[in-house]
Design a protein around this ligand. Structure first.
Ligand SMILES: NC(=O)c1ccc[n+]([C@@H]2O[C@H](COP(=O)([O-])OP(=O)(O)OC[C@H]3O[C@@H](n4cnc5c(N)ncnc54)[C@H](OP(=O)(O)O)[C@@H]3O)[C@@H](O)[C@H]2O)c1
Length: 253
């Protein structure tokens, strides 16, 4: 069971590795990728499963493709691809530099798309494989001052849903994940970027709680995870949720 996991160094990715390691009782093989090699090495040491660490800047799609190719060459075809690495820019749309916006879109959308294009032929040939894409609640309810982040996540979710349709006559399994606020370094960054205490008032989940829901979705072949569950209403009442978000959204500092 070869699992290729991006953004494994911290937060949700780190929790997914630990959750799946326990689930597969140490019998999986993890290819762990992100930029911070030391954190990936620390994680690798705590896993019961065997693993390999691939430190890389995945905001360069070509680098991400080469990283995955290397993992396949060294450890065999991918059974589970988890596109989790992501970044946020929080500011007025016009205050964000083009290069920062481009980097975000490459990491949050282009790299996951390229990695899927790489693994899908082999998965289709074997008629076996799971792809998990970590989108965001922001892909359902676009949030002011996180406009391109939300756009990148909506694009990723849209791609994943369409691909699930393309492969509907196969055994391939796609899971699209829409996290609401989850306590991680990314949400700490958001907390620091918005007006004081603004986001502490909304319901938060934990990385471990979300990782458990993702593991259940992989195991039970569910197609969607919205977490924490309270945010499932945002999808059902999308127009209302967009109205509330626009009205209540805090401003960046
Ligand atoms: N936390 C939330 O409230 C929330 C809500 C909705 C969606 N999400 C999504 O959940 C995913 C995980 O985020 P998180 O909350 O767990 O935040 P996090 O702890 O900051 O994790 C982000 C991960 O992405 C990796 N990463 C960032 N830039 C990278 C780059 N250029 N190249 C390679 N890896 C890179 C980071 O590793 P390195 O620093 O080692 O590179 C880290 O492992 C993201 O896609 C995020 O958009 C989070």
């Amino acid at each position: 069971m070869h699992i290729f996991l991006t953004g494994a160094s911290t937060g949700i990715g780190n929790a997914i590795a630990r959750e799946l390691d326990n689930h597969f009782k140490g019998a999986a093989f993890f290819s762990l990728s992100s930029r911070k090699k030391e954190l990936l090495d620390d994680l690798a040491k705590t896993l019961k499963s065997k693993s390999a660490v691939y430190a890389a800047d995945l905001s360069e799609p070509a680098v991400a493709e080469m990283t995955l190719e290397r993992a396949v060459k060294e450890h065999g075809p991918i059974d589970i691809l988890i596109n989790n690495a992501g970044m946020q820019n929080i500011d007025h749309f016009t205050a964000i530099k083009n290069e920062d916006a481009d980097k975000l879109f490459k990491l949050n959308y282009t790299t996951p798309a390229r990695l899927m294009r790489k693994v899908l032929p082999s998965m289709a040939e074997r008629n076996s494989g799971t792809i998990v894409n970590i989108a965001s609640l922001g892909g359902i309810t676009p949030t002011p001052y996180m406009a391109e982040y939300c756009a990148s996540k909506a694009a990723l979710a849209s791609l994943a849903i369409a691909l699930a349709g393309e492969y509907k006559d196969t055994a391939l399994h796609f899971v699209t994940v829409y996290p609401g606020p989850v306590e991680t370094p990314m949400s700490d960054y958001a907390g620091g970027r918005f007006e004081k205490d603004a986001i502490s008032k909304v319901p938060f989940g934990t990385a471990d709680g979300l990782a458990k829901e993702i593991r259940i979705a992989v195991e039970k072949k569910k197609h969607k995870v919205v977490y924490p569950a309270i945010y499932q209403t945002a999808e059902v009442f999308r127009d209302f949720s967009i109205w509330v978000t626009a009205k209540m959204a805090p401003k960046p500092r």
